[in-house]
Write a protein that binds this ligand. Structure first.
Ligand code: COI
Length: 445
């Protein structure tokens, strides 16, 4: 055989072997979807492969196609690398959402088309959501970024009839230099685990939670408002998604995260809140779920809230359900009172949500030289306070202008020389990277 022919034959054989190895790797590391996608083209591919130039082009094209498919991540926090699930519970995640086919490589200086000056606290759909599933008695394994969209649920999902669910809220801020900052996300992870235990649900590990929050923030980074214009609110949710007819823990659980750019929680902006003390409806009871971020804590306050709104108030301050004597919290945030140099807040001992902003403000206030007390606060005492303010992830640190209790209205000090703006600016300074974080609270993404 002439040498030329021999070289051609070796070359042909070599390409065929490369292609076989490629297909083998594809089926193992990418997914069987690629193989089934390519199978109708096998004869064509094989014939083309005998022509080296065309073969090389073909291989390049296939490689590009493979790169656009979800891959097993080499590092869980690395963007642009996604996995298909191997386990039964996990693979059904794919029915919940469309896996991302495009790598979310967003330039650091790229912004979404949003009117940043008109942000409130409403849903603005972003690019990606994160989803992770596991069955009862199992552990969460690997999650996945998906394009933002509706998720599919069984009509018998435990969460729908029996309210098996907890959620979290945290915010991402953009620094002047473009870096993205999270605030104490491990605290959210811990709180979700405590809440999940109370609601009989498995929950993501702290590492999985924080990693997922970082992924969703990074994937949606063009939705993080410019410095000073707000933040990207991140909402991790854990639900009993498996079907159950009788009252029992669901057979399957879904952890998902979505995000939305936000600014002020109340549409009144930074204006002091006017609160109504509710003495008919309770928010939480001893032995209930008031102390965890269960989804079941929120619908029951809507009635009291809408009644207060109809009477011209912004929100409701709830009392303890035993004696209706001590203040507990507001529908969406914790409450603090200031009298002289003492700042007091009701203890998070079962009926009051252990707010992360609450915990942080207690520490910041101590650092500023205030005496901070966690103790029961009779409603009569709050009416005698110098200053009242609320704390929460969504709300921030917000001054209370008035409280109305049994037709008595009390006005509180607000404005520049009060405690609230001092605590607010310290907290915001740390969260946004303007004030040095000496406590290890800020996590850069
Ligand atoms: C938050 O502050 O993040 C909350 O989850 C409260 C919610 C009512 C907006």
């Amino acid at each position: 055989m002439p040498t030329n022919m021999k070289i051609k034959k070796i070359w042909k054989w070599l390409l065929a072997q490369i292609f076989r190895i490629f297909l083998f790797l594809s089926s193992h590391f990418i997914s069987l979807n690629l193989v089934s996608f390519l199978s109708p083209y096998f004869p064509l591919i094989y014939s083309v492969i005998s022509r080296k130039r065309a073969a090389v082009t073909m291989i390049q094209r296939i490689t590009r196609l493979a790169q656009s498919l979800p891959l097993r991540p080499s590092s869980a926090s690395k963007l642009g690398a996604y996995c298909y699930f191997a386990s039964g519970a996990a693979s059904s995640t794919q029915q919940l959402c469309k896996p991302s086919l495009k790598s979310p490589n967003v330039r650091d200086d790229e912004y979404a088309d949003v009117e940043w000056d008109n942000l409130g606290f409403g849903i603005v759909p972003t690019d990606y959501i994160y989803i992770m599933k596991c069955s009862k008695d199992d552990n969460f394994e690997e999650g996945q970024l998906c394009r933002y969209g509706n998720i599919e649920l069984s009509p018998a999902a435990g969460v729908l009839s029996y309210g098996q669910g907890v959620y979290e809220g945290t915010k991402v801020y953009r620094k002047e230099d473009g870096r993205l900052l999270l605030f104490r996300p491990d605290e959210n992870a811990i709180r979700m685990r405590i809440g999940a235990e109370r609601m009989c649900m498995p929950s993501p590990s702290i590492h999985q939670f924080v990693d997922a929050v970082k992924q969703i923030a990074q994937a949606n980074r063009r939705w993080v408002p410019p410095p000073g214009k707000g933040s990207l609110y991140i909402r991790p949710v854990l639900i009993g998604s498996g079907p159950t007819l009788g009252l029992a823990p669901a057979p399957e659980y879904t952890f998902f995260i979505y995000a939305s750019p936000v600014q002020n929680y109340f549409k009144e902006g930074f204006a002091p809140l006017n609160l109504y003390v509710e003495d008919e409806y309770d928010r939480a009871s001893l032995g209930g779920t008031g102390g965890v971020k269960s989804i079941t804590n929120y619908a029951p306050v809507l009635k009291a809230m809408s009644r207060a709104k109809n009477r011209g108030f912004l929100d409701v301050l709830y009392l303890d359900s035993v004696n209706r004597k001590n203040v507990e919290e507001v529908s969406s945030c914790n409450v603090f009172i200031v009298k002289g140099n003492v700042i007091s807040t009701p203890p998070a001992a079962g009926t009051i949500l252990a707010g992360i902003t609450r915990k942080t403000v207690i520490e910041i206030a101590g650092d500023h030289g205030y005496k901070v007390e966690e103790r029961s606060i009779p409603v009569d005492e709050i009416m005698d306070a110098d200053e009242v303010f609320c704390t929460g992830t969504a709300v921030g640190v917000a001054p209370v202008g008035t409280i109305t209790y049994q037709n008595k209205r009390k006005e509180f000090k607000t404005g520049i020389d009060t405690v609230c703006p001092v605590l607010y600016s310290t907290l915001m300074g740390i969260k946004t990277g303007m004030i040095e974080d000496k406590k290890g609270w800020v996590v850069e993404i």
